[in-house]
Design a protein around this ligand. Structure first.
Ligand SMILES: Nc1nc2c(ncn2[C@@H]2O[C@H](COP(=O)(O)OP(=O)(O)OP(=O)(O)O)[C@@H](O)[C@H]2O)c(=O)[nH]1
Ligand SMILES: [Mg+2]
Ligand SMILES: [Zn+2]
Length: 359
């Protein structure tokens, strides 16, 4: 295998993946990217075009977790004798980045959303959907998966300029520094900003609740209406119009993935400190805690708790931090001790509330 063909470059292939392909794929395998995942059915694209594909039995047997299965955006080794109905996926190449979450419902089964993403577009509607805590959860998901975040506030046509400004202020007040693009699919405002932010050969993924306008954004960027979209009820309750994850190649050569709306977003375990990335203010305070291993929950000499008492750190922000942190630890605990429960986070928050109400 020599240099990377233009056709694969257009799909986002680079030397990092190429090196892995050299190790993982047999010489008679082709490299392909997963373009569509539709309820377990794959469409993959190689230099020779799109083919439906299935994982080989051997590969299925060797994978122990659902997150090791191919997902949209993955690079795979496949062979396609041409005579068969399906191409065979033999291996999934290592992922450079990923988006994943806890599956909906109980338990801590992990679920892949997409792989090898450069930028995640976190879409929230200005109208019903807006929720800063949820935004923070998505940002955590991005951090954990090594994906750069951009926030897209949709449906700006439904709110006043003042109201929009207020939402942006709310986001900034939480210490969130990610780029924010305000957008309306109706008036077209902001669509160019999205378009201009996207680069050739880079992969972008749209996530967010159902009905916020993700598929409509893709239709607008593509200048057609291939993707089915649907009016949602006035309560903002989503209907889940999109059911498959699909990667689109846009005109300027950027790759964009549409995903079905998410009902809930669980945060996965990380224990390498990156959990704190979106709470740099708390991290700074933590440096002043008396104990270096301070949990900022009830320890003496804790600078974080002191800041709350002094009013320089909002209790709500701290509670959010604790919630995400506990959830993250909880998930980690569950994935290492299948099914066992840890203490709920309510304790901690209650404790702080008592402390702060004294002063
Ligand atoms: N007023 C207004 N309506 C919009 C805007 N963008 C999308 N819509 C409408 O919102 C509804 C939902 O849009 P979709 O694009 O299907 O939403 P989605 O995020 O893809 O939803 P799922 O596929 O269920 O996750 C459609 O009726 C769109 O026409 C916008 O900027 N302003
Ligand atoms: Mg959709
Ligand atoms: Zn502390």
């Amino acid at each position: 295998m020599g240099c990377i063909s233009m056709k694969l470059k257009k799909l986002g292939m680079n030397s990092w993946f190429k090196d892995h392909a050299r190790k993982s794929c047999a010489t008679d395998h082709q490299i392909a990217r997963v373009m569509v995942v539709d309820r377990g059915q794959y469409t993959v694209r190689s230099e020779h075009g799109d083919v439906p594909a299935k994982a080989t039995r051997k590969f299925m047997k060797a994978t122990t977790s659902s997150i090791d299965m191919a997902c949209v955006g993955d690079w795979v080794c496949m062979d396609n004798p041409g005579s068969q109905e399906y191409a065979s996926i033999h291996a999934v190449l290592p992922r450079k980045s990923f988006l994943r979450r806890k599956s909906a419902g109980k338990g801590t089964k992990l679920q892949m959303i997409a792989a090898n993403i450069d930028v995640i577009f976190i879409a929230q509607s200005c109208h019903y959907d807006f929720n800063v805590s949820r935004l923070e959860r998505y940002l955590m998901m991005a951090t954990e998966g090594h994906v750069a975040p951009v926030i897209i506030l949709t449906k700006t046509d439904l709110v006043t300029t003042d109201a929009l400004q207020q939402l942006i202020t709310e986001i900034r007040d939480e210490g969130i520094t990610a780029r924010i693009i305000a957008l309306s699919n109706v008036t077209g405002t902001g669509l160019n900003q999205v378009k201009e932010s996207m680069e050739f050969g880079k992969t972008y993924c749209l996530v967010g609740s159902s009905g916020v306008g993700k598929s409509t954004i893709i239709n607008r960027l593509r200048g057609d209406d291939t993707l089915r979209t649907q009016t949602v009820s006035t309560s903002g309750e989503g209907r889940h119009t999109t059911v498959r994850r699909q990667l689109f190649v846009l005109e300027q050569g950027a790759l964009l993935i549409d995903t079905p709306g998410m009902r809930e977003i669980g945060i996965l375990a990380v224990n390498d400190g990156r959990t704190d990335d979106n709470f740099s203010d708390i991290q700074d305070l933590a440096l002043q805690c008396r104990f270096t291993n301070c949990g900022h929950r009830k320890e003496r000499g804790c600078a974080v708790l002191q800041a709350i008492e002094e009013g320089t750190l909002h209790l709500e922000r701290y509670q959010n931090y604790v919630k995400l942190k506990t959830e993250s630890e909880h998930n980690e605990h569950l994935s290492s001790h299948k099914g066992r429960k840890t203490r709920p986070s309510g304790h901690v928050i209650h404790h702080v509330r008592k402390r702060t109400s004294k002063s």
